[in-house]
Design a protein around this ligand. Structure first.
Ligand code: NDP
Length: 240
């Protein structure tokens, strides 16, 4: 039997695409999100556990992982995918929106890593794949807090990679470009949204299909444990 994969933010976008792909390849899955009904609507069959978990709540996240591990054995791959992008310039955006992004995009990733690393370092086996962004190494106007959060994901991923490398545990990072998901639906600043849409038009409106991110993640994970594809940038060919 294949080992357990945990995916945060499985209710839409990249997370749902990864859930479908790994399910089609017979991996036991723990699929997490706050909107469990959206995960259920994926209609996946086989070894799939669905739990409500907010990544900012480490206790809730931990009890979901514990329940899945009791059934399927230790988590061998954690995909820290849950994330949020709220756009706006710094002199107008609400600090509440900054806090939500930092809590979800940074604290959420740290919460997940801390929960699975003890057993992974003990077993000398396991992989964490953090979904960052091209905004994790490149600035974009109207993205200050999002960029800060994703630069954070890049930094913490490389730090932890170094910390656990000698335990044969892999930390990997994927930095996607713009994709058609629900990410933009939470943006409250209409002006920033219009500017983002105009930027997408400079690429002929073409963006990544989430299924290509899912295929990339699967390829990275299925490399032998002694090989660590540390970072992959993936974007629509026309993205600048
Ligand atoms: P979606 O909005 O489609 O998906 C985001 C997922 O994160 C949802 O499943 C949502 O589930 C979950 N989520 C958000 N907040 C929380 C929370 N507090 N606790 C648990 N789950 C949460 O966007 P994407 O698929 O695009 O985003 C996935 C990742 O990819 C994010 O980290 C994003 O930053 C990154 N990314 C996206 C890009 C894009 O252009 N789409 C480009 C580069 C990176 P629910 O609401 O049910 O909890």
């Amino acid at each position: 039997m294949k080992s357990l994969i945990v995916i945060t933010g499985a209710s839409s976008g990249f997370g749902a695409a990864m859930a479908k792909l790994f399910n089609a390849n017979d991996y036991p899955l723990l699929l997490l999100g706050r909107r469990v009904e959206k995960i259920e609507a994926l209609n996946l069959t086989g070894d799939v556990m669905i739990k409500k978990a907010d990544v900012t709540d480490q206790v809730q996240l931990g009890s979901a992982i514990k329940a899945a591990e009791a059934k399927y054995g230790p988590t061998d791959l954690l995909i820290n995918n849950a994330g949020l992008m709220l756009l706006g310039n710094v002199w107008q955006q609400s600090p509440t929106e900054w806090q939500t992004m930092l809590d979800t995009n940074v604290m959420g990733v740290l919460n997940g890593m801390q929960l699975v690393l003890p057993q992974m370092t003990e077993r000398h086996h396991g992989t964490i794949i953090n979904i960052s962004s091209i905004a994790g190494y490149k600035a974009f106007q109207n993205h200050a807090a999002y960029v800060a959060s994703k630069f954070g994901v890049h930094g913490l991923s490389e730090t932890v990679r170094q910390e656990v490398a000698d335990k044969q545990v892999r930390v990997m990072l994927v930095a996607p470009g713009a994709a058609e998901t629900e990410l933009l639906t939470h943006v409250t600043d209409d002006h920033a949204l219009t500017e983002y849409e105009a930027w997408k038009e400079t690429m002929g409106g073409l963006t990544l299909d989430p299924k290509h991110v899912a295929e990339t993640v699967k390829f990275m994970y299925e490399m032998p444990q002694e090989v660590n594809i540390r970072e992959v940038d993936i974007a629509a060919t026309r993205q600048d």
